[in-house]
Design a protein around this ligand. Sequence first.
Ligand code: FAD
Length: 289
Amino acid sequence: MELKEIYQFDDCHQNKNLYMKNPKISFEVFPPKDGNISDLFDEVRFLKKYNPSLISLTFGANGGTRSLSLEILKMFIDLELNVMPHYTCVGSTKSDIEKYIVAIENMGIENILALRGDPLKDITFEPDFRYANELVEFIKNRTNLSIGVAGYPEGHIECENIHKDIENLKRKVDAGADVIFTQLFFNNDKFFKYVELVRNAGINVPIIPGIMPVRSLKQLDKMVGMARVEIPNNLRQSLIKFPNDSKKLGIEFAINQCQGLIDFGVLGLHFFTLNHSDQTSEILDNILF
Ligand code: FAD
């Protein structure tokens, strides 16, 4: 099923009750570094009971996971899941991208998350695409794929300010993106403000918040070191005080966060599962839809 069918923005927008209590659930997983996909298969099969609208699969910017990515997508399709592979254009040639999008369309896949990715240290050629909006345009012109793009409620780390970043987000939507999936964040007010700024900029596609259940302070610091994300002081202090309860604290925090987002009326919740179904599952069991 295509992104625009899953997140029916126009209908829902007109009838708030349609989406106020029933956000679509999606899960993001990554190809295992050791190439062993059987654990991932078990995690995803377990999460299937939540009837996800989508499973998204991240894409290694250095290309190391490309063939594995197709194998994993096939496994998800065999599980009768609706998939959204990510694709990062940094370090890819037009021909690489063309091959990949043809391959996924031939598998019957209807969606893609089009990303720039992070610049590679050892890149030896001038990339064919500098920004994600160019990738969106390329995919739109060649396929019928429904396209998702990334959004950053606290601004992308390289961008001088949030307004400039939203101007760049608009380039992606104008080029044909159907849905925005956000970077993780912990302060819902930042997301609410972002939605307002995005709408004021004339962008009218669904914005799906990304939720990352915290597993430990170390993992949290690593993630936010790569992005512009504020960690609330109360969360940090509890993780310092009760390091052995980190997973439980992460679950409690995420339940509250999701509840706030549901009350706001989000169309979906996109979970960065980090390939562990335990926390995501417990969060979903405790959310009041
Ligand atoms: P862009 O939209 O191109 O933006 C990158 C920067 O350039 C921003 O600062 C933007 O403001 C600026 N910019 C954009 N367009 C222009 C323009 N035309 N002119 C001037 N400046 C411009 N990374 C992976 O490697 N693999 C993944 O699978 C992956 N999945 C992700 C999933 C989600 C939901 C999110 C939020 C991020 C994901 N990322 C992934 C991370 C992403 O690749 C990085 O954040 C990357 O740095 C930016 O990618 P982008 O598509 O947002 O880039």
